[in-house]
Design a binder for this molecule. Structure first.
Ligand code: ZN
Length: 122
């Protein structure tokens, strides 16, 4: 399946939580957040394999290729897309590391972006 989103991401982060590590099979998941109303499924809606509930928070994978394509979060108002699934280059870059308290012990963060044990206070 495929999705389309304007280059209107409001934030981007690298998440080191165990759920993101497991979902991606990587040390962390770089993701970008966009308002759900700006996000569209453009192709293969019938091949969405959904984890969670349709009405609540959920992760969507493509049942053909298995890729994690997006997550519906924050009371359904936002969509988080794993940045590795973007075809075009977005203007935004991950600005912080979150859930560093549960990061993989075998992975060392080598950049200078701010790190947070869980989520930054607002
Ligand atoms: Zn996470």
């Amino acid at each position: 399946m495929a999705y389309a989103a304007p280059d209107a991401f409001e934030y981007a982060m690298n998440c080191h939580c165990s759920q993101c590590r497991r979902a991606t099979g990587a040390a962390f998941k770089p993701f970008a957040g966009i308002r759900r109303r700006d996000f569209r499924i453009t192709q293969g809606e019938s091949s969405i394999f959904l984890f969670g509930s349709q009405d609540g928070p959920h992760d969507a994978r493509c049942s053909v290729c298995g890729s994690l394509l997006y997550s519906v979060v924050r009371e359904g108002a936002y969509v988080h897309v794993p940045m590795g699934t973007l075809v075009d280059e977005p203007s935004i870059r991950p600005s912080i590391h979150i859930f560093v308290g549960s990061k993989a012990p075998w992975y060392a963060i080598t950049d200078t972006l701010p790190q947070f044990e869980t989520f930054p206070e607002r």
